[in-house]
Each structure stands twice: as structure tokens, then as C-alpha cells.
Design a protein around this ligand. Sequence first.
Ligand SMILES: [Zn+2]
Length: 62
Amino acid sequence: MEGKEVRCPKCGSPSVTLQNKGYDVGTGCCGWALLGPIGMLCGMLNAYDKHKECMSCGHRWK
Ligand SMILES: [Zn+2]
């Protein structure tokens, strides 16, 4: 069980949460304005950018 425990690489805190960024509306809209459909696609790709976040120091990493 302890082998799966994730700790913050910065402060060593075990209080880590997995964040799913969700669809980045800002990137999608901005991309759409600049590149049209291709830019919109970039925004959708960012939606799958999951990362871990430390609840102690706020450090984020993949
Ligand atoms: Zn931390």
C-alpha cells in the first residue's frame, strides 16, 4: 500500500491530489481566434493534461 503513495517532490508531503485540468476554455478560444479549427483542437488536447498537485505547498508536476 505504501509503495503507491505519492509524495510531493518539493516538500515531501503525502497530501497530494490528482488534478484533471479539464477543457481549457481560454486556450480553446484564443486558439480559435488565431488558428481557427486547429487552434480549437489544441484547446481540446490540453483538456487531457492531468497533473498532480501538492495540497501543502501548491507545487504542481506531471
Ligand atoms: Zn509540496
